[in-house]
Write a protein that binds this ligand. Sequence first.
Ligand code: GLC
Length: 547
Amino acid sequence: MKAIQHKKETALTNSAAWWRTAAIYQVYPRSFADGNGDGVGDVAGIRARLGHLKTLGIDAIWFSPWYSSPMADAGYDVADYRDIDPIFGTLAEVEALIGEAHDLGLRVIVDIVPNHCSDQHAWFRAAVAAGPGSPERARFHFRPGRGANGDLPPNDWQSNFGGSGWTRVPDGEYYFHMFAPEQPDLNWANPAVVEEFDDILRFWLDRGVDGFRIDVAHGLVKADGLPDISSLEPGAGKPYEDQPGVHAIYRRWRAIADEYTAADPKRERVFVGEIVGPDPEGFARYLRSDELHSAFNFDFLFCPWEPARLRTVIDETNAAHALVGAPPTWVLANHDVTRVVTRYGRLDYTGFGFDDRRHGVPSDLELGTRRARAAALLSMALPGGVYVYQGDELGLWEVEDLDDDLRQDPIWERSGHTERGRDGCRVPLPWSGDQPPFGFSGQGDTEPWLPQPTGWKDYTAEAQDGDPASMLSLYRAALAVRPEFGDAPMAWLDSAPDVLAFRRGDLISVSNLGTEPAALPAGTIVLASGPLDDGMVPSDTTVWLRA
Ligand code: GLC
């Protein structure tokens, strides 16, 4: 198939280093918009709604996986990295979408899933068929079992989704999967794997993408000999996370991206890594100038709305990135965590992370919304890039009352029905109208793959458009002002301990996380996340000023 050449002049006018300050919007394709009326979001739906993203004012779109997949983990189990799943559309439609996004001045980042593929990927099927000791098996981590009959797993590694990390195939060998059994881990010590991903990167770069989000970027390399965790020194870290060998892979990938950038220097091709686990120095090693451009800031995402802790996270983030000259990112949510409004509204927020969905713990959504608004402005004022998870610009909350039999996240089954999983942040977006499916399927009224709360009638994009008090209006206004922060460095201003106040260039951001109203520094108000109180900043409010 002929690759699209995106050398023509497009609307991508901002600087080559666009990614250093970009606002990047995450589209979760199955829940964004449905173009063919089957109740599942797709590429046609995205193309029809690109205008929403343009008016929102973001710079780039990251698309969660849309590749061929049996959907054991909503597409993070890829059966063919070079094709689009029919549920989402066709490769030709994606090529058209990339061109249309570029014409609107929006960059495109695709998700790449290199740690594991699907058990339906041709390689894994061949591996199961070929048997022990075969070159086909050597692309994965196959091992004989332990114990007299080999019926014990090869080591004590657990799956992140619950249960053993090892599953047995009919001839008795086991294979390792960091996630679901349908997601066998690839063996990155095998040159065939390395070369295959070089080629996959080129496949998408040839189709004009501006970058890649790397799934489980810390996980690709496993410690030699696959040692039991129980055999390691305490605090040694997991033998399948953040192994030193992973950096050679990203150096190799960087060289490929740089090759494409060199041929078209106005458009740097970039990587953003999903890196969980290492300490700040370890994290920064991924961001050296010959490795990844950026990585998600999970410390910020996991930090509760507490001023001292947030101040520390912000300082540590800036310091870690300064070590290598990389821009930080500020992330409030994604498709794996509880929605911001619900998380910030939890009255007790011990446990704020990936594994702490804390389903059903009471949440004050009004408080959560106020804080989500303040946090949005805070995150957009900080130096570096910012991520927006679809629906956060509408102020959607976590849907916690889904029927258990509708749950699709493998975590629900794998945890033996103790963890309700991530479906509640993946409910299809409400676009218009006053009852479900809220225009999710255009004019159609097919029930979406997960039901939407009827209360979202006041939260549709249509209902919020033009309402100056809406979350959508706040996001649009903030993203319109945000470029003025540019790449100006940040300096804290003197303030009460409960207030986070800093200056970047001519702009000042003041967030009040205390209970008492706080005074504003001198300046003209540019934007506020909520009404002021007699010229003071009320609790849970962020104000931007021009000095
Ligand atoms: C990442 C994805 C998550 C997925 C997992 C396995 O953490 O964000 O959705 O389940 O990797 O691919």
